[in-house]
Design a protein around this ligand. Sequence first.
Ligand SMILES: *Cc1c(COP(=O)(O)O)cnc(C)c1O
Length: 408
Amino acid sequence: MTDWTHEAARLDAEDPLAKWRAEFLLDEGVAYLDGNSLGALPRATPERLQRAIRQEWGEGLIGSWNGAGWIGLPQKIGGMIAPLIGAQAHEVIAADSVSVNLFKLIGAALQMRPGRKVVLSEPGNFPTDLYMIAGQEAQGLAERRLADRSDIGSALDDDVALLLLTHVHYKTGAMYDMAALTKAAHATGALVLWDLSHSVGAVPVDLNGVGADFAVGCGYKYLNGGPGAPAFAWVAQRHHADLRQPLSGWMGHAAPFAFEDDYAPAPGVSQLLCGTPPILGMRALEVGVDLMARIGMEPLVAKSRALSAFTGKVMAACVPELACISPADPAARGSHLSYVHPHAYELCQALIARRVIGDFRAPDALRLGFAPAYVSFADCWRAVSELRAIIDSGDWRRPEFSTRAAVT
Ligand SMILES: *Cc1c(COP(=O)(O)O)cnc(C)c1O
């Protein structure tokens, strides 16, 4: 029988990213396999926020908009995210939530394709993506069309203004071929908007390399920006001149402090700002993004694949009764694995009680996420061995593990 404890220790000893775990405030007793839902706390964040609050806000007061550079943070942080997604610095902006950025970019895309109303996506996409299309549909601006993953190609016709897909599926982890789908959409005259929420910081993304049009992504998952961190939006430079987003707030105006009655959009992605940016959230996001940028995408991707490959192998050997619904090829999936079981919820709660934190996605999936900056191979082995113990002991049947809280 394989000694997985030994094998995990060997892989950790050889791991070039092992030293980065110390950059996070993570209790040694916790195996945190949910960084794909809420990234861990960077060690530098509390102090940076203290400084932002006491000095920048407390002492600098309103002068910090200029003096501490608050006003330029959305563009600055956008520029720091750019190399993680194959973008140019001036094409990315940190702003609002993913949902709100989806609304802006769906609206912008529809205005760039007059005469076309269909926004094409897939059933089972992350709900907010589908809901934000529905919101535009309710206003008579869009028509929502859903096609299964294998039928996307045939659902693309000359009514489609925009193809909106999530690059890495939040539940299964399946990753689209971004280059191929972007090409297929463009061949029918449609634009493409990629949701990178489960991609940025974990898998290779080359937006300009594939010639995509728009993208959005999440700040609180692999970017470790903290709960409710600002999200980001990307617009290919070739679209900047034609960009018109519907949430025409004053911070996206060409001259916000001219206080004019008529709206005139700021050039480029600055137009994507709507209201005043949340500066404390921006400061926390800046620390998280800076960490990821310093580690670099190449080693992050390599580690992510190694972690999921290891876990997949050990799960198959030790807990074969849980069926994996994620693609078998590490290069065809994101940075998490999903396992289905009729009692996935209870199994997940029992794991959490043993301080192995994964999550549950309705109706029956147990997700194990591998944030490559701080997850160790020992964490992964611990998750599998605890799961084995929970099933063998029947521990998951304890009544407290079937109580559902508001957030699952
Ligand atoms: C996490 C996630 C979001 C988050 O949206 P918010 O509006 O920022 O809460 C959006 N899309 C996908 C695919 C996600 O995984």
